[in-house]
Design a protein around this ligand. Structure first.
Ligand SMILES: [Zn+2]
Length: 320
């Protein structure tokens, strides 16, 4: 209910640090060291025509404060909250509920004190929400997916919620990805929210007590800071012995839940596969292996090593 502030934000956040975990497969003697990891899709086509509620389907929620409510006003060109909705669980069990991304988009900025963010939808719209405990893995610049876990609804008196746990949502049209240019628009027409058409119908506190049910569904753990499981190599099998130096090696592996793409890297990056959603890849000619011809008979004791790197996990404040 508390009115969010204008959320000052740096106009040029660092380039996106994509969440990525990687594993190393050491293939001894042949000096081939592939590793496979995962990464979020490089670009998810964001769009304003598929906005969902920022919480999971199931229990009904209720509008605690609607458009043109006491704290839902446009107070300046960058403080645009006239067409906002405050949402609470109808059964009152709001604090601690899991918050899910309502859209595909890119985090434009995060306001930690108000527990929220502006999400650039990439097509002239931005979605903002507040009053949650943000998942610590989130940072400006990250690509997020609809249904991705973003945190939980803050308890009473936290994250600027004015004492009542709720989620505040606003949709902006914007020419800068939802950074400074923010024009609140109602959730109507092709930018309904979860199918609910809420045009401006005049009056104050519009749609107060209207109940809504989400169709949002939580997606896998990718992007939340939790690495997916470890892929296992199928071929070449552990212990494979080559009678002659292979010029190319066909690799395939078992996909793992939560991973969307994989990359194989050989010899610390001398040879890399493209990121692929497939679970197989064949190297091009491996020059280094050719030069190691005397070691053509080699067992390949494959083993997966713990995650090497997880990038993009630092939270970044964008308050001025
Ligand atoms: Zn609000």
């Amino acid at each position: 209910m508390s009115t969010p502030r204008p959320w000052t934000a740096t106009p040029c956040p660092r380039a996106a640090a994509r969440l990525r975990a990687a594993w190393t497969l050491a293939v001894l003697l042949l000096l081939v060291a592939p590793f496979a990891g995962f990464v979020l899709p490089a670009s998810v086509l964001a769009h304003h025509t598929n906005i969902k509620m920022p919480f999971a389907k199931g229990a009904p929620w209720r509008i605690l404060q609607g458009y043109n409510g006491s704290s839902h006003q446009n107070n300046s060109s960058t403080w645009q909250y006239y067409y906002s909705l405050d949402l609470v669980r109808a059964d009152g069990n709001t604090a601690g509920q899991r918050v899910l991304s309502p859209v595909d988009g890119t985090i434009r900025w995060i306001d930690e004190s108000y527990g929220g963010m502006s999400i650039n939808l990439g097509d002239g719209y931005a979605f903002a929400y507040f009053h949650t405990n943000l998942d610590p893995g989130l940072a400006a610049g990250q690509t997020i997916r609809q249904g991705q876990y973003l945190g939980t609804v803050a308890p009473p008196g936290a994250a600027g919620n004015g004492g009542t746990p709720h989620i505040h949502v606003t949709l902006w049209t914007t020419n800068d990805g939802g950074n400074w240019d923010r024009h609140a628009v109602p959730f109507t027409g092709d930018h309904r929210i979860d199918g609910y058409d809420f045009p401006d119908k005049g009056g104050s506190n519009q749609y107060l007590n209207t109940q809504v049910v989400s169709t949002n569904a939580e997606v896998g753990s990718a992007g939340t800071g939790t690495a997916p499981g470890v892929p296992t190599l199928v071929s070449p099998a552990t212990g494979t012995t080559y009678g002659t130096a292979p010029r190319t090696v066909a690799l395939d592996w078992n996909g793992v839940s939560g991973a969307t793409e994989y990359q194989v890297v050989i010899n610390d990056g001398n040879v890399t596969s493209p990121w692929t959603s497939a679970t197989a890849w064949t190297t091009s000619r491996l020059k280094r292996m050719t030069t190691k011809a005397p070691k053509t008979t080699a067992a390949i004791p494959a083993r997966w090593i713990a995650p090497l790197q997880v990038g993009g996990l630092s939270r970044r404040s964008v308050r001025r």
